[in-house]
Design a protein around this ligand. Structure first.
Ligand code: DGJ
Length: 714
């Protein structure tokens, strides 16, 4: 039973295969967190430690360890819920009332002490991946509106017997997404957040905490305890990690919607839901954390339609031709794309309106007749005849001021009266809170997908918010736009998916600005980064792998070398892109027949290892902080086959490539190895030997790569 309630102790116990999460309600009906960590043998093990209040200046234990901190009492901690009631009361006092347990879901009902605010805390258990997800649902059962000012999905005190916590998080910028950061937690607050109306390049809505031992050692890829979580939201989010100094050095995390410029008028008899906060604990390091998150993403987050399917090899023409998409050039590229083995052909930006650069045309979603005199049909027919799915780029939530749409409906973009709107990439954001905008968007997108044989949509979003104003709406609703926009965005995608169930949807935001589990519960995968330099991609892709599965990450092979002093060979480019779902963005018209033949060989090779890459268990074989040589292993669930991708950069002196100790293999089984292994090493070894002694990959050059396949001898 994944969820139990022990009436005598008033204890809720949630267990997965390896973990446990416990909290209780005390006699005052406060919810007090008890435990989150490795599963313990007996229910009695989950007793609450009595915390002593040493002086009237210290918080009481229920305040220190609150399962869902409200804004009441004398506390210095981040509350999950802040609200103002009709009389101006800005104090929320929640008390446990009742609960239900239904299979893998726990519903707790809390009531505000005086006002008609009903609060539901909902927990879902995912035993197969040692994870749970929780959120809060708020209903106004009173007669006056309530203004919500902060709604976090949940808070978690970490075990206070360990106090040297280290935070692992992902930060970045455009073209430098998902970079690893590892600060130590000290008393005070550390806030990770997105506040531009998209989850953002700057930070990813994810945290992981591990504790340093007496020797200063924290968790590694394979060892140690890690507590982690992800806010499943594509809009403004916030994760607060805070530590108090005394009397108990409690470290806690609170996470959910960002309260930055947020407000929500909760009218009587209406409901508000927070995003889900997914949580997990691993006692086998960061590698296990990632594998649990990958399984969670594939089994429980991705839209069901394609969750279990392999992602196709795609060709995208963006980097080859930018906005110069014409029927002839696209057809020429489509032929080459099919020749090398692509399964989807995606026409990117520039096919519509007067879109010849990024200064005009967004919002005018008619086919540009200079570029496509006969509409899209001839190109789509050609792509289909070549055996490929046709894919198309759209950026529905945006408008260029230089567009017919904006000239007709300037009020459709977010704006403040008496303010000149600031553009980003020469564009403004459409106000998706407006129902007329929502309907207009649905109609043209639905028409595009109904009238054309489109099997793939790349949905872009290329700027952060400024002037978040909706002048037609009442004052009280102005700060709702952040949440309303994302709700409308999700609803729009879901409606389209409902009408076009065979279409794959890719989320993109100037590269990886929408690489979050919120987007991934409506989209099938994401575009990871506009940086397609194969060397730069490696840390971006490995950083992405901390949270997300390889299959949700498209990786293109292009001609771009951002570090122009290096020249990578085609093999290295492909191997770098083999790390997730494979895409090609090179200008194939510039490829020689030999290069086309070589590319064909790599695409065919990728298809043979694709089930392992996309559905295998993923192991980082080198630390994330490593830069000169990086490696990852993809292993079948039944451990019968695997593939290793390794990369070697300019070694110092005469350094030989590092030996790679593999992970997760069946120890007694004998594995046959083939591929890039240095001469003289055995090509058949036990799983134990491969894990203990490892193998040495063979690199033929600086900036070289190696691909090694292993199969278990039966
Ligand atoms: C940003 C995306 O990340 C690129 O792949 C491309 O689609 C451009 N937008 C098009 O404007």
């Amino acid at each position: 039973m994944p969820i139990q309630y022990f009436a005598e102790q008033q204890l809720f116990l949630i267990t997965t295969h390896n973990t446990a999460y416990a909290f209780c309600h005390n006699k005052e009906q406060d919810l007090v967190h008890v435990y989150w960590g490795e599963k313990l043998p007996y229910p009695e093990d989950y007793h609450i430690f009595p915390l002593r209040v040493l002086s009237s200046f210290n918080s009481s234990s229920h305040e220190l360890l609150a399962e869902y901190p409200d804004r009441s009492g004398i506390q210095n901690n981040e509350p999950c819920l802040r609200a103002t009631f009709a009389e101006g009361t800005r104090d929320v006092r929640l008390r446990y009332a009742t609960h239900q347990i239904e299979g893998e879901e726990l519903t707790l009902h809390l009531k505000e002490q005086f006002y008609g605010l009903e609060v539901v805390l909902r927990y879902r258990v995912f035993a197969d991946c040692d994870m749970l997800a929780r959120r809060v649902e708020l209903t106004n059962s009173g007669e006056s509106p309530i203004t919500l000012e902060q709604v976090l999905s949940g808070a978690l005190p970490l075990p206070f017997d360990r106090d040297n916590f280290r935070l692992t998080h992902l930060s970045g910028a455009w073209a430098v997404e998902t970079q690893l950061d590892r600060p130590l937690i000290t008393p005070g607050r550390k806030v990770l957040e997105g506040r531009l109306n998209y989850s953002g390049h700057a930070a990813n809505p994810f945290f992981a905490l591990d504790a340093l031992d007496a020797e200063g050692q924290g968790a590694t890829e394979t060892r140690g305890e890690v507590w982690f979580g992800v806010v499943q939201w594509s809009g403004n989010w916030k994760i607060v990690i805070e530590q108090s100094r005394s009397p108990y050095k409690v470290t806690r995390v609170a996470a959910g919607l960002n309260d930055y410029d947020f407000g929500w008028q909760l009218e009587p008899q209406t409901r508000f839901e927070s995003p889900w906060l997914a949580l997990g604990y691993s006692n086998a390091g960061f590698g296990q954390m990632s594998r649990n998150l990958h399984r969670y993403e594939i089994n429980h987050v991705l839209p069901k339609a394609f969750a279990a399917d392999l992602r196709p090899v795609l060709y995208n023409s963006w980097e080859a031709v930018l906005f110069n998409v014409t029927e002839t050039a696209q057809m020429e590229l489509a032929e080459k794309a099919a020749q090398i083995g692509s399964e989807v052909f995606v026409i990117d930006d520039g096919w519509f309106g007067q879109r010849h650069n990024d200064r005009a045309g967004l919002g005018d979603w008619y086919v540009n007749s200079q570029k496509f005199p006969n509409g899209l049909k001839p190109l789509i027919d050609k792509v289909n005849a070549l055996g490929m799915i046709f894919g198309i780029w759209v950026e529905p939530e945006m408008v260029n001021p230089d567009s017919d749409l904006y000239r007709a409906h300037p009020d459709w973009a977010y704006h403040f009266p008496n303010r000149e709107p600031i553009t980003g990439r020469n564009q403004l954001i459409l106000n998706l809170c407006r129902e007329d905008v929502q309907e207009w968007l649905f109609e043209w997108l639905d028409k595009l997908l109904s009238e054309n044989n489109v099997g793939y949509v790349k949905w872009d979003y290329n700027r952060g918010m400024s002037e978040p104003g909706w002048p037609e709406a009442p004052q009280a609703q102005q700060r709702e736009i952040w949440v309303r926009h994302i709700q409308a965005f999700y609803k729009l995608v879901d409606r389209l998916r409902g009408n076009h169930p065979g279409v794959l949807f890719e989320a993109c935001s100037g590269g990886g600005g929408r690489a979050d589990l919120g987007a991934l519960s409506h989209f099938d995968h994401v575009w990871t980064s506009d940086n397609t330099d194969p060397l730069d991609r490696l840390p971006i892709q490995l950083g992405y792998s901390l949270v997300h599965s390889p299959k949700t990450m498209y990786c293109w092979v292009t001609d771009t070398d951002w570090n122009s002093q290096y020249k990578y060979d085609l093999r290295y480019r492909f191997h770098s892109s083999f790390m997730g779902s494979l895409g090609i963005g090179s200008n194939l018209n510039d490829f020689s027949p030999e290069e086309l033949a070589e590319a064909t060989k790599y695409v065919a090779e990728y298809k043979t290892i694709r089930p392992l890459i996309q559905h295998g268990l993923f192991y980082r074989l080198t630390p994330l902080s490593e830069t000169t040589s990086l490696a990852a292993e993809y292993l079948a669930e039944d451990k019968r086959a695997g593939v290793v991708l390794a990369f070697n950069h300019r070694p110092h002196f005469w350094q030989i490539p590092r030996r790679l100790r593999l992970q997760g293999l069946a120890p007694d089984a004998i594995y046959s190895l083939r591929g890039d292994i240095v001469e003289g090493e055995p090509t058949s070894l036990s799983g134990q030997a491969l894990m203990q002694r490892g193998i040495t990959p063979k690199f033929t050059r600086h900036f070289g790569s190696a691909l090694i396949q292993l199969s278990k001898n039966e």
